[in-house]
Design a protein around this ligand. Structure first.
Ligand code: PRP
Length: 223
């Protein structure tokens, strides 16, 4: 244990990190330091198990993992698709389930299929590009925004949006609806490609333990 290298986890800060830590705890991967709600620390260590954890902005998790600053990452499929980083996606954690959709006012449905060049506002320009250019073979103008995307069609910035829909309440409360579904989303565990070779044994044990735990959780939900 003394000379063992640390295995590092990059977690997307927020609700997802808390849920992820809850599941990791069930397979014996714990970090007491991280539970202090008042801490301003950025990196947390479990010396006994030689583990490190840090919280980062969701969109940075794939970057930390691709460069090997983290061995593991936990982040939404939306971020994985948008960032397009080189890494292995190893587990669908089934958390934070939602959908990536094209949405807008009902009246935009006709426009979407009219062949006219429409404007699409989104926080996810790469996902939008891939969907419209490569799947639908449709030319659109993509406008990048950083949040509250639903505003765009309301104030006339764009005809439609590409955004995450979870419960659908944000759309409904703003007079918008899902017009097309792009893909389902959920939180995934990702692994650095070099770590997978160099620390194969420890990494595969964590992956297999987690898979087993998730299957158990699935079974107990069904019964
Ligand atoms: C996300 C997403 C939608 C909303 C969907 O926004 O962009 O706006 O949640 O959830 P719902 O279908 O349950 O209403 P988030 O709260 O992450 O903030 P953002 O607008 O700044 O992206």
């Amino acid at each position: 244990m003394q000379n063992m290298r640390y295995i590092t986890f990059a977690l997307a800060k927020g609700r997802l990190a808390k849920k992820t830590l809850g599941i990791l705890e069930k397979i014996g991967i714990t970090c007491e330091e991280m539970k202090d709600p008042n801490t301003r620390k950025l990196i947390f260590v479990n010396e006994e198990l030689k583990l490190k954890f840090f919280l980062s902005k969701a969109s940075d998790v794939p970057t930390y993992v691709e460069y090997g600053a983290a061995d593991f990452g936990v982040v939404g499929k939306d971020t994985i698709l948008e960032e397009g980083r080189k890494m292995y996606e190893v587990i669908d954690l089934g958390l934070a389930k939602c959908r990536m959709c094209v949405a807008g006012p009902a009246s935009a449905k006709k426009l979407l299929n009219s062949g006219e060049v429409i404007r699409v506002a989104t926080k996810y320009p790469n996902i939008a590009k891939d969907y419209f250019y490569h799947k639908k073979h449709q030319t659109v103008e993509i406008v990048k925004l950083n949040g509250s995307i639903e505003l765009a069609p309301i104030v006339g910035l764009s005809e439609v949006i590409v955004d995450i829909v979870e419960t659908g309440s944000t759309l409904k409360e703003n007079g918008l609806e899902v017009l097309e579904e792009i893909c389902p989303l959920s939180a995934r565990m990702v692994v650095n490609e070099v770590s997978m070779k160099m620390e194969q044994e420890r990494i595969l044990k964590i992956i297999n333990d987690l898979k087993r735990e998730l299957a158990k959780m699935d079974e107990s939900q069904k019964s």
